[in-house]
Ligand binder design. Structure first.
Ligand SMILES: Cc1ncc(COP(=O)(O)O)c(C=O)c1O
Length: 411
């Protein structure tokens, strides 16, 4: 039976009254956990007076997170952006002074994927994505390679792994390094292997919206000891791991982190798997319900994906299923029904302010290749955020009911 209720956007009753039934807020901070776990951990750092070096918690978190990612080494960083910079410094042996060569990145990502290589004096080639997974297209990578190319920087965007098998094959054939941008992909798996451990180095973010957070934070993971040593030097004023205080064999900066943040991350890491599983279970419910409602194409899983990270649940809006209404109208209508949603990246990264101005000022530094798939994805994507997927099955049903209600009214 079609739902004939008036849409909330037209003055009707919303499917979900968010005052009565609020959505889960992120991070999931609870008084009880503060008392039992967080406060004692922060208190311990405070009373130890070791709030920075020798970074006992930072090292323990790096090790624990590396293990979580099936990698040998982990280095905690202040942000995901500088974790990418450290990964480039480590994998390509860059000192940030000499020219770094060209790095191929997807043109559908957050600005840090571009700004990190630029700040290591690498130029950029921005290429198209796969139309289904939204991750970098291996064919587009192959087409973009020149004799200046030094590395590929795939992004596991939204939490779906990039096609690492195909990317590795290309990298091996052309002698290129692979740096994985895992900022949106905590716990995601490619053929059973956690992302970040599949290339030369991986970079994670723990910024406040991320699926594991310390407000701000990051981590580099790698299986390569030399990469680890160079990344360590980048972070800790050129020092060797375990080296003497006044010895700086390389040029490095200070990207060390506070022990309070490491202590906080150590308390949260044990919850990551359970939360990732919950997001996956709820996403499966949503996929089923939305497929039945029609009009929104749920996230696609490539065959190689054994677990999604679900930082973003990204769908493609089909206007024809909603009487040709624009995406903005649909988003307004769904938000009015009490379901928070919105578009994510709405233009290819190369067409956004910061990068456009760099391309205008330094045309040799930014090369944009044809991106028809990304243009389509930018024009049609709508997301639910990761915390939405931490709700109950009933929450997922509210989403489906609201989409169905709008379909019935406009379809
Ligand atoms: C794909 C991607 N790369 C890199 C970053 C940078 O991380 P941070 O904000 O911790 O520097 C983010 C998130 O902010 C991101 O989404």
């Amino acid at each position: 039976m079609p739902n004939t209720d008036t849409l909330a956007i037209n003055g009707g009753t919303p499917v979900r009254d968010t005052k009565q039934k609020p959505w889960i807020r992120w991070p999931v901070n609870e008084e009880e956990e503060w008392e039992k776990t967080i406060e004692p951990a922060l208190r311990k750092v405070y009373l130890s007076r070791a709030e920075g070096l020798p970074a006992i918690n930072g090292s323990a978190f790096g090790e624990g997170f590396a293990e979580y990612c099936n990698a040998k080494y982990g280095i905690m960083m202040p942000h995901g952006t500088d974790a990418i910079m450290a990964a480039l410094a480590g994998a390509l042996d860059l000192d940030g002074i000499g020219e770094g060569g060209e790095v191929i990145i997807p043109n559908f990502t957050f600005i840090a994927t571009a700004s990190a290589p630029l700040s290591m004096r690498c130029s950029l080639a921005l290429v198209d994505a796969d139309p289904k997974t939204f991750t970098i297209s291996p064919e587009a990578i192959e087409d973009a390679i020149t004799d200046k190319t030094v590395a590929i920087l795939p992004v596991h965007v939204c939490g779906h792994p990039a096609d690492m098998g195909a990317i590795k094959d290309i990298a091996d054939r052309h002698g290129l390094k692979i740096i994985e941008d895992c900022a949106q992909a905590h716990g995601a798996e490619y053929n059973g292997q956690r992302v970040g451990s599949l290339g030369d180095a991986g970079a994670y973010s723990f910024q406040s919206s991320k699926n594991l957070t310390s407000g701000e934070g990051g981590c580099l993971v790698t299986n390569d000891e030399d990469v680890r040593d160079r990344a360590h030097a980048f972070k800790d004023v050129g020092r060797r791991p375990g080296g003497a205080r006044w010895e700086y064999p390389r040029l490095g900066w200070n990207y060390r982190t506070s022990e309070y943040l490491a202590a906080l991350l150590l308390t949260r890491l044990p919850h990551l798997d359970e939360q990732t599983n919950r997001r996956n279970e709820n996403a499966a419910l949503l996929n089923e319900g939305l497929n039945q409602a029609g009009g929104l194409i749920p996230p696609h899983w490539a065959e190689y994906t054994t677990r999604h990270g679900y930082h973003l649940y990204m769908m493609l809006y089909q206007p024809e299923a909603f009487g040709g209404r624009a995406r903005t109208e649909f988003v307004e209508a769904l938000c009015a029904e009490g379901i928070s949603c919105g578009p994510c990246y709405t233009s290819p990264l190369s067409d956004t302010g910061g990068l456009k101005s760099i391309a205008d000022r330094y045309p040799d530094q930014v090369r944009r290749l044809p991106c028809p798939n990304i243009e389509y994805i930018c024009g049609h994507n709508i997301i639910f955020s990761q915390q939405t997927l931490l709700g109950s099955a009933d929450d997922m049903q509210d989403i489906v009911t609201a989409v169905q209600k709008i379909r019935d009214a406009w379809g």
